[in-house]
Write a protein that binds this ligand. Structure first.
Ligand code: LLP
Length: 413
């Protein structure tokens, strides 16, 4: 069995099968490029988190799907029916979640550089919780509040615990600076947290939660730092409670993902849930619910992008599989983040003796438009179908129309 095989993608007769269907037949039927998402895989991921939370914590848990990872309507409906919650980051995401059937009570709006227009839009929705990203955001909130005089809008505070973690400096969302020097814009620094709770209440809002999000794409070796951040959040929650602000929920954010790489041990999600549940129980705080915000974990490996090989080109000794899609329009991650790796499999001949080092080249006018560089795989031929794995999260949602190319069709099976 290959390291990347799951109950969603598997090899049979040296061909790739997706959710029990022949990948090449799906490509033939729907055309390429094509995103294929698997319902069962997503539900399995959800159930795994749900079970772990039920096993380790006596408190009710909220699995808030970070819909920025993939706002496909069918996926949202699936999670809504399971009783999921939503992490939304723009009014349009909030609107989309409501349309998919999520009640406002199950949506947390976590904006950044929030505008007056954003605040007006979210204050108008009864039951929604607004997560505050900056002490200064309260100035705007106080300006808009008089338009909603009789409303005690539910708010929480996104604090920045001072440490963060992600697979790439561009997706570390806590701490002072990223490892590439970028100042980190998210959250309220510790010394301002109590002040934000106090001012929010004074302005007529109803403070109900404390939140953090450290970054995205953790692997096993990040567990130590993540545990330290869990401890910090729990300690801060105790301070908030002591200052006279009882908390309804503590939100640990997202960050854990599927396995993108062969040589990277996956983050131990169940141990993490055990750890945070235990930390909350031991702290003796009176929170009524725990929340996590998985994006990648929920949908990352439940999606595949199918590409058709147009021709194989040889130039200066490089071999290119030239495919019918471009990274920016389909799976932009490898073009944006140096460290982003997506395994690529020839769906028509998974294994073969004549292996070559193939660069999978897209159809855009940009050198960085390669899905994978010098990958060892059987030499493809024109008409083969290549599958880019782990394409369920931050692929369609970050795709653009660069070069005026269309964004591919999506199917959920
Ligand atoms: N909660 C908040 C407040 C977030 O900002 C994010 C992701 C999540 C939860 C979900 O994180 P996840 O479980 O998916 O790691 N475009 C990047 C990922 C950016 C994630 C931003 N925030 C990528 O393609 O890797």
């Amino acid at each position: 069995m290959n390291w990347w095989e799951t109950d969603f993608v598997a090899v049979r007769d040296n061909k790739l099968w997706i959710a029990g269907r022949d990948a090449a037949a799906l490509a033939e039927r729907y055309g390429t490029p094509l995103y294929v998402y698997g319902k069962d895989r997503i539900l399995e991921r959800y159930a795994r988190l749900d079970d772990a939370l039920a096993r380790h914590s006596a408190l009710p848990a909220r699995i808030c799907y970070a819909m920025k990872a993939n706002p496909h309507r069918g996926i949202l409906r699936l999670l809504q029916r399971r009783g999921g919650w939503i992490d939304a980051v723009s009014p349009c995401e909030v609107e989309t979640a409501l349309k998919a059937g999520f009640p406002a009570e199950r949506i947390l709006f976590t904006g950044t550089s929030v505008s007056r227009a954003d605040l007006r839009a979210v204050f108008a929705i009864d039951g929604l919780t607004v997560n505050i990203d900056a002490a200064e955001q309260l100035d705007l909130m106080s300006e808009i509040k008089p338009e909603f005089p009789s409303k005690a809008v539910r708010v929480s505070v996104r604090w920045n615990p001072g440490i963060g973690r992600g697979f790439n400096p561009r997706v570390v969302t806590a701490g002072k600076r990223s490892s590439d020097g970028t100042p980190i814009k998210f959250g309220v620094e510790p010394k301002k947290v109590i002040g934000v709770f106090a001012r929010a209440r004074k302005l007529g809002f109803r403070p109900v939660g404390l939140h953090q999000h450290l970054g995205s794409g953790w692997v096993r070796e990040d567990f130590g730092l993540v545990r330290a951040a869990v401890d910090r959040l729990v300690r801060q929650a105790r301070e908030v409670e002591k200052a006279g602000f009882p908390l309804e929920f503590l939100d640990f954010g997202g960050g854990f993902g599927p396995r993108y790489l062969k040589n990277r041990a996956v983050f131990p999600v169940e141990d993490y849930i055990a750890y945070l549940s235990d930390a909350v129980a031991k702290a003796g705080i009176a929170v009524k619910a725990l929340a996590i915000e998985p994006g990648k974990y929920m949908v990352g490996d439940a999606g595949v992008l199918l590409l058709g090989v147009e021709y194989v080109k040889e130039s200066y000794g490089n071999i290119f599989a030239c495919v019918d899609g471009g990274t920016f329009n389909t799976v932009p991650r490898p073009a944006i983040y140096l460290q982003a790796h997506h395994e690529i499999v020839n769906a028509c001949r998974v294994e073969g003796t004549a292996k070559a080092r193939i660069t999978v080249a897209g159809n855009l006018c940009e050198t960085g438009d390669v899905f994978g560089r010098e990958r060892s795989m059987p030499l493809p031929i024109s008409g083969d179908i290549l599958a880019v794995l782990c394409a369920g999260a931050y692929c369609r949602s970050m795709a653009s129309n660069f070069n005026l190319r269309e964004i591919p069709r999506e199917i959920l099976i």
